[in-house]
Design a protein around this ligand. Structure first.
Ligand SMILES: *Cc1c(COP(=O)(O)O)cnc(C)c1O
Length: 421
């Protein structure tokens, strides 16, 4: 079935009340039929609900539905995108290991990898997502993950997914992709050789800026890649914390299973059932919204490109953009999502334009139905010098837009008056 159909139906067998809307199971725990039932659940002889830190029927629908949209085997929801990223990496790597990360990543992911994972003994090594040939020199026998974003936030590059996953496969390393900005409507990384996809559900999935959450999804048959792979003994040897369970021997998608049974169990960044329910509402309209976000952003990008005060526009849907070929190759239906940036002469002019907009809200978020404007040099990248800003692709006159669902003409009219202010 097609994605817009799955978005409405996948993962939900109507409950005993036959409700059309997926119910919110707002509960911490579940009653067992008897002691044997409880014992079977704990031993995984039977699958079922135990405690909401491990599983929840509303979250289960969100996980199954989202995994279906990504074309994956299973999903695991978390309390935030950052938690999903941490669990995906911590499931593959441990102290003494290293991970290879694209340099162009969400700021929170860079700090998690460079500082927090470092304190856990995991070293992050960086490559240029525009130049996958840098990866090979970074690989050694302690390399456990290659991590990148399909459509990067905030630099707005499109990764050559197949080129990167080919290197990962050659060395038997798990590839993990953050698909938050592209969403499965534009791009399905698992179809291009990626092993695990992670998301911040706080952006386009919820869609209206309503809730923080995250999810990771693993591909079908990942067990064949992990079985006997010397990089991943944790899946091939007995897990003493789960009375000797060997994950490759369990007939369930093993990456999510281990993340649930060890990481979610022990670290507990679980999503609330209410937020899972909000994500289910968001998913129903995801494909409609992504089409509109992309159409609006394309029109705004074309307008900005023709404006005399604008030096450069970064949007993969523009023929002038260096990412255009990758966008055509990896994104569906000519869509390029809602994120774009443009450059004007200097810091002062950028500040003036941002302050002069009315319809755009000054917010450090993306993926809302309301349009958002950000000036990275005065906010997220404030600590950096002018030279450092240029080096990381964020010149002081750069303005980032997350284009919402307002009428295109109203968005352009607001930018016209702000550019002329
Ligand atoms: C926002 C974002 C995250 C972090 O997600 P939270 O839900 O805010 O924790 C990770 N990756 C990307 C690409 C993001 O845009």
């Amino acid at each position: 079935m097609q994605l817009q159909t799955e978005a409405l139906h996948a993962g939900y067998d109507k409950d005993s009340q036959s409700t059309m809307a997926v119910p919110i199971y707002q509960t911490t725990a579940y009653e067992f039929r008897d002691v044997e039932h409880a014992a079977n659940l704990f031993a995984l002889k039977e699958l079922g609900n135990i405690y909401t830190r491990l599983n929840n029927p509303t979250t289960d629908v969100f996980e199954k539905r989202f995994a279906t949209l990504e074309g994956g085997a299973a999903g695991l929801a978390t309390a935030s995108g950052m938690a999903a990223i941490f669990y995906a990496i911590a499931n593959a790597a441990e102290a003494g290991d290293n991970i290879l990360c694209a340099r162009q990543l969400y700021g929170g992911t860079v700090t998690q990898a460079s500082y927090t994972l470092k304190r856990f003994g995991i070293e992050a090594r960086y490559f240029d997502v525009q130049n996958p040939s840098e990866i090979e020199a970074l690989v050694d026998d302690k390399t456990k993950v290659i991590f990148f974003e399909s459509l990067t936030n905030p630099s707005i590059d499109v990764a050559d997914i197949a080129a990167i996953t080919a290197i990962a496969k050659k060395h038997g390393i798990l590839s993990i992709v953050d698909n938050t900005v592209a969403t499965p409507v534009l791009c399905r990384p698992l179809e291009h050789g990626v092993d695990v996809v992670v998301h911040s559900a706080s952006k386009y999935t919820t869609g209206q800026g309503l809730a923080i959450g995250g999810i990771l999804v693993e591909r079908h048959d990942l067990v064949d890649f992990i079985r006997s792979n010397p990089r991943y003994p944790q899946f091939n040897e007995a897990d003493e914390s789960y009375h000797g369970l060997v994950y490759v021997d369990v007939p369930l998608p093993l990456f999510c299973l281990r993340a649930r049974l060890s990481l979610l169990r022990d670290l507990g960044a679980v999503v609330s059932p209410f937020n899972s329910w909000l994500f289910i509402q968001g998913i129903e309209t995801l494909s409609l919204r992504m089409r509109e976000h992309s159409r609006n952003a394309q029109a705004v990008a074309e307008f900005l490109e023709s404006h005399p005060k604008v030096i450069k526009v970064n949007y993969p849907g523009l023929k002038s953009n260096s990412n255009y070929a990758n966008a055509q190759r990896y994104f569906n239906g000519g869509m390029s999502s809602g994120l774009l940036s443009f450059e004007v002469d200097d810091f002062e002019l950028a500040k003036k334009i941002v302050d002069a907009t009315n319809l755009f809200s000054l917010v450090v978020n993306i993926g809302d139905s309301k349009s958002i404007i950000t000036h990275p040099a005065s906010t997220t990248h404030q600590q950096l010098s002018a030279e450092e800003l240029v080096a990381c692709g964020v010149p002081s006159g750069l303005i980032r837009l997350s284009i919402g669902l307002e009428a295109t003409d109203d968005l352009i009219a607001d930018l016209v008056q702000a550019l002329n202010a």
